[in-house]
Ligand binder design. Structure first.
Ligand SMILES: NC(=O)c1ccc[n+]([C@@H]2O[C@H](COP(=O)([O-])OP(=O)(O)OC[C@H]3O[C@@H](n4cnc5c(N)ncnc54)[C@H](O)[C@@H]3O)[C@@H](O)[C@H]2O)c1
Length: 434
């Protein structure tokens, strides 16, 4: 099939490349000329394991191409996927649909032949109806459907190839057949193909993310209780997660949830519900608890290092919101590092995905190019993101400061081993006496 992906970010680029890899002809279009230039020279503008190789393979096979010319991209395709960002509007909980709306206006302006228009972007329930209104002048040319994306950064290619389910929302039943054909290589490998109304699909995406955010927040709050009551949170996760009604995933205590989806989608769901005069009090509490978690973690840093942080050397291992991605959106580090810098701490950080422009103007904050340079003079090492290369650090060997401490926000290290090595070690919801 001939596909056009509008927006070559984490979703558009990964799904476009993977669609090409299963035999489709795909044009990826982006208004960011830098991104297109990079892609044309064979470099992925985002860090995602395996993506560079897959782009090259499909580009050379002439199944995948890149352009900033939306008119050309639209008119060379039968199915158009909208994959642009849907962030939170500044100063509110509302979803900013301006990128989607702008994209639709361009589609309206340039499209000549009949198309299926698919929202892959996460959009509030009812957005498909709004899109249809924008397109009303040429309504006969378009069928607007919803196909939300569930891939996770860092595991995006695998998630695209083996999704738990493919959700298609349409008010026109005949479209399901076309979409089933498009996804048939994945369905044949066992992925569930789930059809519903367009509004249903739009809401499934928000409901999924809000539920997962709730699970994380629930276990994080229980970790606080574990710390006070001398229980190991990992026993709780295993004990409740072994119940198939609950399920073991998303029950790892850690920092606040972040990333490009959970923070904005929980807010988006609450604001959409409000427009329908529905109070989603559970999701509201999740948002509040998660935002308070960063304060709790900084309070703990003070407990570890004392109230005066002036000239204390703090080294961060990982600053992205999760491993195997370069995405910084809503990472806990964005709040923690500026706070600690304001308190006079001297911050080093190392992240395998490279230096971050977000910290360029933060006082006394430097990027180090490896674990050793990052940690050798630290008073406190904070493990924030569980990249694989952090799993086996011999802290005693690399840190010269005798009284250094480790605060492990991902429970990556073994408590007994830390004890044996006489390292002052703190983690999340795990009492030292266990
Ligand atoms: N990132 C994820 O893990 C993930 C997972 C599932 C769903 N989603 C959803 O997918 C959507 C996209 O997310 P993302 O993380 O890929 O965003 P992103 O910010 O990485 O990428 C969006 C891209 O769209 C481009 N763009 C914006 N307006 C455009 C226009 N008019 N024409 C051409 N290009 C345009 C931008 O330049 C950018 O490159 C969001 O709604 C998000 O909620 C994201």
């Amino acid at each position: 099939m001939k596909l056009c992906m509008i927006g070559t970010g984490y979703v558009g680029l990964v799904s476009g490349t993977c669609f090409a890899d299963i035999g489709n002809q795909v044009i990826c279009v982006d208004k960011n000329l830098d991104k297109i230039k990079k892609l044309k020279s064979g470099i992925s503008p985002i860090y995602e394991p395996g993506l560079n190789e897959l782009i090259k393979k499909n580009y050379l096979a002439k199944r995948l191409s890149f352009t900033s010319d939306i008119k050309h991209a639209l008119n060379s395709s039968d199915i158009i996927f909208i994959c642009v960002g849907t962030p939170t509007k500044k100063g509110s909980l509302n979803v900013d649909l301006s990128y989607v709306n702008k994209c639709c206006k361009e589609i309206l302006k340039y499209t000549k032949n009949k198309k299926i228009l698919v929202t892959k972007s996460t959009v509030p329930v009812g957005t498909g109806d709004v899109i249809e209104k924008i397109l009303k002048k040429k309504r006969r040319l378009f069928t607007v459907i919803s196909n939300p994306e569930f891939l996770r950064e860092g595991e995006a290619i695998r998630d695209f190839r083996y999704p738990d389910r493919i959700v298609i929302g349409s008010n026109e039943k005949k479209i399901f057949k076309t979409m089933r054909r498009l996804y048939s290589p994945l369905i044949n490998k066992g992925s569930k193909f789930f059809t519903t109304s367009r509004r249903g699909a739009e809401l499934i995406k928000y409901a999924s993310n809000a539920f997962l955010a709730t699970k994380i927040t629930f276990i994080n709050e229980l970790a606080n209780l574990c710390e006070k009551s001398g229980v190991n949170i990992e026993d709780i996760s295993l004990g409740i997660g072994s119940d198939s009604r609950i399920g073991g995933r998303f029950l790892r205590a850690g920092p606040a949830y972040g990333g490009s989806c959970f923070p904005k989608d929980t807010k988006g769901l609450v604001s959409t519900a409000k427009k329908h005069k529905i109070n989603l009090s559970v999701v509201k509490s999740v948002i509040k608890s998660n935002s308070e978690r960063v304060n709790l973690l900084t309070y703990r840093i003070h407990k570890i290092l004392g109230s005066n942080l002036k000239n204390k050397r703090i080294s961060f291992l990982g600053v992205t919101f999760k491993p195997n991605t370069d995405d910084m959106r809503d990472s806990t580090s964005l709040k923690m590092i500026p706070y600690l810098s304001k308190k006079g701490a001297i911050i080093n950080y190392y992240d395998p995905s490279g230096e971050k422009r977000e910290f360029k103007n933060v006082k006394n904050c430097s990027f180090k190019n490896n674990i050793k340079n990052n940690c050798f003079d630290a008073n406190l090492i904070i493990l924030l993101t569980e990249w694989d290369e952090f799993k086996t650090i011999d802290f005693k060997k690399i840190v010269k400061n005798k009284n250094f401490k480790v605060y492990d926000l991902r429970n990556l290290y073994n408590i007994d081993e830390m004890k044996r090595n006489k390292i002052q070690y703190y983690s999340v919801g795990r009492p030292l006496s266990n």
